[in-house]
Design a protein. Structure first.
Lengths: 389, 161
């Protein structure tokens, strides 16, 4: 409605804006929001997975379909196959079907998975043989693996009552679960250096990046640094880059705890994963609105163009990126999973070497035997080795 | 689940939020994505929100910020081409034509100018409220508003975009 003090033009502006349609779709916005919040909580930089790339590991035999069992805190044996998986896409094999939540690879090349068996969450190593599921308490949304500890992170805004997060640490060597730590703030993202976990904590005192360590029995907060609007984080060349609004903040471990390095401008888009040294030391893959950029954050203090290495045209905004010695794997929601061979990288018009159209990837991690393992939106853990060109 | 208070808010305000976002970005489908993205950010930072029973300002600020960052980059790659009416309308329709002209001209404004007009004239926000929502000064709101209105005036007086 026009107001008495409007001039004619302002009246026109009101009328034009009031013609804005009010016809939201009939989809379930709350259900969509809940799913997206849960996925956002699970999303983390694929640092650990990419670090593992190229590490020679034992031959991995595709697992049987497994359910897992056992009381919380106990160690059991993966159960026998329960159902027939649907045919996987070409050049893929199903490692797990139906209830996979998250998968990651530790720096030594061991693969770990979080899965949900009837409401009980378990962490298990993907060994190709009998695995030992380790029950963990909810909320448990995603996992990050360090040298000797698998960290389980869950909750926050999507947790019980909308408050608090749960952090669990599993000693890989013993399978012992340290007493979970209940955080009042919301935990999100995550990266590891050694066995230190770095995670964003949004709480009453503002955003912080907090470091945790586990002594096997309990989890202790090691140090924290205030990082306003802390978002995704990527470990590259031993440094942690944290996306902070329109900046990238460098953090690193010292004897004193977490220290600040440089802060550089980067308002373009999300960071995903470290680049391999082929692209230069300390690089990260970041999205600039239409391309993935092999970005050297430190060089951003000089100029943007000199900080940008490989430029890879991608078909949309990615949600997961992993670079291995095979090449670059990029998941684009609503589009599919794409692979770019090393030869194809390096130009702004990088051709796709191989793809799986339509697949909806929740997370993916490097497979030490080559290719990637991804969790799809149906709870399947799928291994993909792109065909040779 | 997201916090019950946020869920209640989303249930009650979803159409209004989508309309607000549509006015900002100009596309209903993109608007829903804009709102969803903003709500995810709000949900992730829920512990920081002081007035959990009334997160409206926080959500609308998140929508505006999302529009001014993500959408600005996407839109900056697109070249908007104004549509020219096939034929001139009769005099009786001149008022309607002016509204249509302003509507098309709004779509060509830079994101921040458009956001200022949406907040001032659709949402009926004061200059101070608009500044708070956009994270800028009142002076910036005034200057952006003046520039935007000057462009719209030019579009109406020139009869073309």
């Amino acid at each position: 409605m026009a107001r008495a003090d409007d001039n004619h033009l302002e009246t026109l502006v009101r009328q034009a804006l009031e013609q804005t349609p009010t016809s939201p779709s009939a989809t379930d916005p709350l259900g969509t929001l809940d799913r997206r919040v849960r996925r956002a909580r699970r999303r983390l930089a694929a640092g650990a997975g990419a670090v593992a790339a190229g590490i020679v590991a034992a031959v991995v035999i595709p697992l049987t379909v497994g359910g897992g069992g056992g009381a919380p805190g106990s160690v059991g044996v993966v159960s026998s196959p329960s159902e027939s998986p649907s045919p996987p896409p070409p050049n893929t094999s199903a490692l797990w079907t139906g209830n996979a939540v998250w998968a990651t690879t530790d720096p030594s090349g061991r693969r770990w998975m979080l899965y949900d068996d009837g409401g009980q969450k378990y962490v298990t190593e993907l060994t190709g043989g009998t695995a030992k599921p380790i029950a963990v308490n909810d909320p448990a949304d995603y996992i990050v693996a360090g040298d000797n500890v698998v960290w389980v992170i869950g909750g926050g805004a999507s947790g019980p009552g909308g408050q608090g997060s749960l952090l669990t640490a599993i000693d890989m060597r013993t399978g012992i679960v340290a007493t979970p730590l209940m955080e009042t703030g919301a935990l999100s993202f995550g990266a590891v250096i050694g066995d230190y976990l770095f995670v964003d904590v949004a709480g009453g005192s503002g955003d912080q990046v907090e470091a945790f360590q586990s002594n096997g029995n309990e989890i202790k907060a090691f140090d924290s640094q205030s990082v306003p609007h802390a978002g995704e984080m990527v470990v590259a060349d031993g440094r942690i880059w944290v996306h902070s609004g329109d900046k990238l903040v460098e953090l690193f471990l010292s004897e004193r705890g977490i220290d600040h390095g440089v802060t550089v401008p980067w308002g373009s888009g999300q960071m995903f994963a470290p680049t391999l040294p082929r692209s230069g030391p300390g690089g990260v893959w970041a999205y600039d609105g239409s391309r993935l950029i092999g970005l050297m954050p430190k060089a951003l203090s000089g100029c943007v163009s000199c900080a940008e290495g490989d430029r890879v045209a991608v078909p949309g905004k990615p949600n997961a990126v992993v670079e291995t010695h095979d090449g670059l794997y990029v998941s684009v929601p609503g589009s599919g999973l794409y692979f770019y061979s090393p030869d194809a990288l390096g130009s702004g018009e990088t051709p796709v070497t191989a793809s799986i159209p339509g697949v909806r990837v929740i997370t993916m991690t490097a497979d030490p035997t080559g290719g990637v393992d991804y969790v799809d939106d149906q709870g399947n853990l799928i291994h993909w080795t792109p065909p040779a060109r | 689940m997201v916090d019950a208070r946020l869920a209640d808010y989303v249930r009650g305000q979803w159409p209004q939020l989508v309309r607000y976002a549509t006015a900002l970005c100009g596309d209903a489908a993109e608007a829903e994505e804009l709102v969803q993205s903003a709500l995810v950010r709000v949900a992730l930072r829920w512990p920081l929100i002081r007035d959990k029973d009334n997160p409206d300002a926080y959500v609308r600020r998140a929508i505006a910020n999302g529009y001014l960052t993500v959408w600005r980059r996407v839109r900056s790659r697109e070249v908007r081409v104004a549509e020219t009416p096939d034929v001139a309308g009769p005099d009786a329709m001149s008022g309607f034509d002016d509204v249509m002209t302003v509507g098309r001209a709004l779509a060509t404004l830079p994101p921040r100018q458009r956001a200022v007009l949406v907040l001032r004239y659709l949402e009926d926000r004061s200059e101070q409220e608009t500044a708070d929502l956009l994270g800028c000064s009142v002076g910036t709101v005034k200057s952006q508003s003046a520039k935007a209105l000057a462009k719209l005036r030019g579009a109406v007086e020139g009869g073309e975009l």
